[in-house]
Design a protein around this ligand. Structure first.
Ligand SMILES: CC(=O)N[C@H]1[C@@H](OP(=O)(O)O)O[C@H](CO)[C@@H](O)[C@@H]1O
Ligand SMILES: [Mg+2]
Length: 542
């Protein structure tokens, strides 16, 4: 490694003075024009991580559901999972180092992590459709090559597709073929197999309207469509041909505002869904005959999937343990339904897929979803082997169930939550069980809820415990929340600093929408007063 060259190139990617960024819930995110140096340095860091783990590492350029002007980057670890927490710290140090310290920090990381700099490194890169992404991914490539790393640039990919590629490459193709065709083939084979078993699929099960948030999901679904025909016919909206990325559309918009995206033609009782800007999350929804909008979020997706899996396990006579992992944002009704009606153990993890993923690995079958539609299902090695063996050995009805489970294993992207893969799983389950979107929705009724954002001078003054459900600091805040919650029925509220935006998030739920709104507002005021609010005081009404 020629250190003089590293220094020379690094100077071309100078860091805006005073800019400090944190590797947050999903990597670095900010305005695209501030990210050049971050991309270069993350290319460099990916090489160190690759040398240390002797594995392929992924670098994804995306800011998911953020506005089009933003961008971001995250690293993908060898198994296709999120970067290890200790390396997030390294990412912070390297990104925030002043130009003259950059090389010293780099050497320091290498030493602390015992990186053999002579080891080969291989990096795979993907990017979303943001106008800034192409140039920024070039900066990543410069960072990779300056340290002598080899790379493959996949170009435009969804985030979960890059996770899949990393996983395939590091398992010598056991997980699948590390090409875009390999991904389509693996998923569509499993989907078509499942579809064949759905005895009487009427037309209503076959067609689905998809809002693609004007993002990468549209491109990739177009490419994939013909692999799915005639099993599923997709009608794509917000496909990026005119609208702006994530603007008044996409999964985040639909979940946050609890209303349909712009540009989608919806008739009553039609099944519709929205992806987010990098296609790693999905929510479903429909209008009922009275014109009332119904959102089917990640919690209901987790419920549908876990009840289906539980039924299949019962049929094959296996007592593999299933656990469902949620976050504090999960609707109280969903938790109650899963625990009390379905008798499935439910766990609460901190916000961010990495925390849920980690917890879900503890079970034979770990189902995890954030309420906003991020999630997947993980099968332990033992559970997978058992199911595959039973699919060969069992007969008749039991064999059919084991085969279904086998196809479900292949249809899930176990490397990361994946909107396309989740969509296919959901479509297959609805068809197999003959469920309409309304029947699915009717499993339980969501408690009315409200999320708001409060601006404070320094959101880190809020620290939390108990999987973010209780505030530890600033003093008095949790007591104030407790008192407010007592005023309402079936109520719950919590606050936490966002890991992706400079805001404090407030969540409240209660027995009516008015109560949830008013509780969220009152808790917002408490945050504003006790945690150093800035700008406008939170106002009632939404
Ligand atoms: C309440 C909420 O929806 N939070 C989102 C959001 O994280 P925050 O740390 O809340 O900003 O972005 C994350 C990354 O996309 C996602 O995993 C998470 O669920
Ligand atoms: Mg996303």
């Amino acid at each position: 490694m020629d250190l003089a060259v590293v220094t020379k190139y690094s100077a071309l990617y100078s860091k805006p003075s005073g800019l400090i960024l944190q590797y947050g819930t999903a990597g670095f995110r900010t305005k695209a024009e501030h990210l050049d140096h971050v991309m270069f340095r993350m290319g460099v860091l990916a090489v160190l991580r690759s040398k240390q783990t002797k594995s392929t590492i992924g670098v994804m350029v995306t800011a998911s559901h953020n506005p089009e002007e933003d961008n971001g980057v995250k690293l993908i670890d060898p198994l296709g999972d999120m970067l290890a927490p200790s390396w997030e710290e390294h990412a912070n140090c390297l990104t925030n180092a002043d130009e003259q310290d950059m090389l010293r920090v780099l050497m320091d990381i290498s030493q602390r992590e015992a990186v053999n700099l002579q080891q080969d490194a291989f990096i795979v890169i993907g990017r979303d459709t943001r106008p800034s992404s192409e140039k920024l991914s070039q900066s990543v490539i410069d960072g990779v090559t300056v340290l002598g790393g080899q790379f493959h640039d996949y170009g435009l990919l969804t985030t979960p597709q890059l996770h899949y590629m990393v996983c395939c490459r590091n398992t010598n193709g056991q997980y699948g073929k590390a090409t875009i065709e390999g991904y389509y083939q693996k998923l569509s084979d499993a989907f078509m197999e499942l579809s064949k078993q759905a005895s009487c699929i009427g037309h209503e099960y076959k067609s689905l309207k998809v809002d693609c948030a004007n993002g990468i999901g549209a491109l990739k679904l177009r490419e994939m469509e013909h692999y799915l025909s005639p099993g599923l016919s997709l009608q794509l909206f917000n496909d990026g041909t005119k609208g702006k990325l994530n603007y008044l559309c996409g999964a985040d918009f639909v979940k946050s505002y609890q209303k349909p995206p712009m540009g989608m033609e919806m008739k009553s009782n039609e099944r519709c869904c929205s992806l987010d800007g990098d296609a790693d999350r999905i929510v479903y929804y429909y209008y009922d005959v009275e014109g009332c909008f119904h959102l089917i979020d990640g919690d209901k997706i987790a419920t549908l999937i876990s009840s289906f899996l539980k039924e299949l396990l019962l049929e094959i006579g296996q007592s593999l343990n299933i656990g469902v992992v949620q976050t504090a944002y999960a609707n109280g009704s969903s938790t109650r339904y899963l625990e009390e009606v379905m008798k499935v153990p439910v766990y609460c993890a901190k916000t961010g897929v990495k925390h849920l993923h980690h917890k879900a690995q503890e079970f034979d079958i770990g189902v995890y979803f954030e309420a906003n539609g991020h999630g997947t299902v993980l099968f332990s090695k033992g559970a997978e082997a058992k199911i595959r063996q039973l699919a060969k050995e069992l007969e008749d009805k039991e064999k059919k169930a084991a085969k279904m489970l086998e196809n479900i294993i292949d249809l899930f992207n176990q490397a990361a939550g994946d909107a396309i893969s989740d969509m296919l799983v959901i479509e297959a389950i609805l068809a197999l069980k003959g469920l309409t979107v309304q029947q699915w929705d009717a499993l339980y009724t969501d408690l009315p809820n409200r999320q708001i954002k409060v601006k404070v001078a320094d959101r880190q003054v809020i620290s939390t415990t108990d999987a973010e459900r209780r505030a530890v600091t600033p003093p008095g805040l949790q007591e104030a929340i407790n008192d407010l919650v007592k005023k309402y029925k079936l109520s719950r509220a919590f606050v936490r600093p966002s890991g992706t935006e400079d805001v404090v998030r407030v969540y409240a739920e209660a027995d009516s929408q008015e109560s949830a709104d008013s509780l969220a507002h009152e808790v917002g005021l408490a945050v504003f007063q006790l945690a150093g609010g800035i700008g406008e005081v939170p106002r009632p009404g939404f």
